[in-house]
Design a protein around this ligand. Structure first.
Ligand code: ADP
Ligand code: MG
Length: 396
C-alpha cells in the first residue's frame, strides 16, 4: 500500500491543491477546538517551505440547504490558520468562479488561499458529496498537484478528494494521511506479534466487519463493551436487561466458531438496575440475572485482558469496554488503557471516535503510538475495505 507523499514530488513554483480536514467545532462563529487546524500545519508548511503555493479545500459540517450555510463558513478557520502560520492567508468566500480564479492566479510562492466550505456545493444537487465529475475537474483545473491530507473523509468518494484525484492530476498523500496509512495499514498487513485486538462499544452490528477481518490476522480478539452480551446470548448465557442484538446472535455463534479460542469474552461484569451512574452496582460472574444490566467489564475480566495484553507487540483498540461516560462504569476502559500504557515495546493504535474520546477524557491519549483521526475511515480500514480517497492517491 505504499503511496506517494508530498516528499516524493517537486513542489517548487507549483500550485498545490491540498484537501485538509478543517472540520472543527464552532460555536457562535468561534472555533472551540483548533486541534485539526494545528494537525494540518506540517503538510501546509512543507508545501510552502518547498516553494509551493497552497490552495486549501475542506468541508465543515453538513450543508443541505441555504440555511445550513449559516455558521459553516471557513472564514474563521482561515483567520486562525493565518495566526498559526504567522502569515497572511487569503480567504475566498466562494467555492468556484472568478474571485477564486483571480485569488489563485495572484498567488506567489509560499502563499496560501483557503477556499470556502466544499459542502456549500451540496445545496444544489450534492455536487461535493456525490462527487460530481464537473466539480472535481473544475477544482483540479486550478492547480498542478493534489495533496490529500484528509483521512477522515477518505472512506467517501467526494469531489474534493476522489473527484480532483481522478482527473489524473498528480496525487500524493500529506503527512497526516501517511501516518494513518502507515499505522493502521501496517498493523493489519504485517503486525508485530502477538497482535491483540480489543473490540468493544455498543453494538456487534457496528463491528462485524472488523471482527471478521481481524479473525485471520489477530492472535487474540478481546471482546468487551455492549456487544459482549450478544456473544453471551450466543453461548446460551443469560444477560438480564443488558444490551443485545437478537438478530445478530446466530452471527455471533458463527464468529465464535470461526475464531476458536482467538475470541476472548469477559468473565465478569459490573451490573446495575438502570442505565444510570448512580444506582447500586454489583459484580456478577457468568450469567447475569433478571433485572440487571451490565454496563462495564468486571475486575476479573480486566485482569484477564491485561494478562493477554502484557505480551502484545501490536494492539488495536476499537470500542470502549463499558459506558465510560459514567464514572462508575469507566474502570474497565481505564484498566485496559492502563495495560496498554504499560507496554514499552508495542505499537498501540486506537481506531474509533468514542475510544479516542475515552482515552482523551481518561488521560491516556499520550500513551498510544497512534490515535486515528478518522472514526468512520479507520473503521473501514480495520474492516479491510478499500478506501476510495486512499485508492485515488498515486502509488510509489
Ligand atoms: P467507537 O466510536 O470507539 O468505535 P462505539 O461507537 O462502537 O465506539 O461505542 C461507544 C459507545 O458504546 C459508548 O458511548 C459507550 O457508552 C457504549 N457502551 C460500551 N459498553 C456498553 C454497555 N455495556 N452497554 C451500553 N453501552 C455501552
Ligand atoms: Mg462511535
Amino acid at each position: 500500500m505504499a503511496k506517494k507523499t508530498v516528499k516524493d514530488i517537486d513542489l517548487k513554483d507549483k500550485k498545490v491543491l491540498v484537501r485538509v480536514d478543517f472540520n472543527v467545532p464552532l460555536k457562535d462563529g468561534v472555533i472551540t477546538d483548533d486541534t485539526r487546524i494545528k494537525a494540518a500545519l506540517p503538510t501546509i508548511k512543507y508545501v510552502l517551505d518547498n516553494g509551493g503555493k497552497a490552495i486549501l479545500f475542506s468541508h465543515l459540517g453538513r450543508v443541505k440547504t441555504e440555511e445550513d450555510k449559516a455558521g459553516k463558513s471557513l472564514a474563521p478557520v482561515a483567520k486562525r490558520l493565518g495566526e498559526l502560520l504567522g502569515k497572511e492567508v487569503t480567504f475566498v468566500p466562494e467555492t468556484r468562479g472568478e474571485a477564486l480564479e483571480v485569488a489563485v492566479a495572484n498567488l506567489k510562492d509560499g502563499e496560501v488561499v483557503v477556499v470556502e466550505n466544499t459542502r456549500f456545493e451540496d445545496i444544489d444537487g450534492k455536487k461535493e458529496s456525490k462527487n460530481d465529475p464537473e466539480l472535481g475537474k473544475y477544482w483540479a483545473s486550478l492547480g498542478d498537484i493534489f495533496v490529500n491530507d484528509a483521512f477522515g473523509t477518505a472512506h467517501r468518494a467526494h469531489a474534493s478528494n476522489v473527484g480532483i484525484a481522478s482527473t489524473g492530476i498528480p496525487t500524493v498523500a500529506g503527512f497526516l494521511m501517511e501516518k494513518e496509512i502507515q499505522f493502521i495499514g501496517d498493523a493489519i498487513a504485517e503486525p508485530k506479534r502477538p497482535m491483540v485486538a480489543i473490540l468493544g462499544g455498543a453494538k456487534v452490528s457496528d463491528k462485524i466487519g472488523v471482527i471478521k477481518n481481524l479473525i485471520p490476522v489477530a492472535d487474540k480478539i478481546l471482546i468487551g463493551g455492549g456487544m459482549t452480551y450478544t456473544f453471551y446470548t450466543a453461548k446460551g448465557m443469560t444477560i438480564g436487561n443488558s444490551l443485545v442484538e437478537l438478530d445478530k446472535v446466530e452471527l455471533a455463534k458463527e464468529l465464535l466458531e470461526e475464531a476458536g479460542d482467538k475470541i476472548v469474552l469477559g468473565v465478569d461484569v459490573i451490573a446495575t438496575s438502570e442505565f444510570s451512574n448512580d444506582t447500586p452496582r454489583e459484580v456478577i460472574s457468568g450469567n447475569i440475572p433478571d433485572g440487571l444490566m451490565a454496563l462495564d467489564i468486571g475486575p476479573e475480566t480486566v485482569k484477564l485482558f491485561s494478562g493477554i495484553l502484557q505480551d502484545a507487540k501490536t494492539v488495536i483498540w476499537n470500542g470502549p469496554m463499558g459506558v465510560f461516560e459514567f464514572s462508575n462504569f469507566a474502570n474497565g476502559t481505564i484498566g485496559v488503557c492502563e495495560a496498554i500504557a504499560n507496554l514499552t515495546d508495542a505499537t498501540t493504535i486506537i481506531g474509533g471516535g468514542d475510544s479516542a474520546a475515552a482515552a482523551e477524557q481518561l488521560g491516556f491519549a499520550d500513551k498510544f503510538s497512534h490515535i486515528s483521526t478518522g472514526g468512520g475511515a479507520s473503521l473501514e480500514l480495520l474492516e479491510g475495505k478499500t478506501l476510495p480517497g486512499l485508492a485515488a492517491i498515486n502509488d510509489k
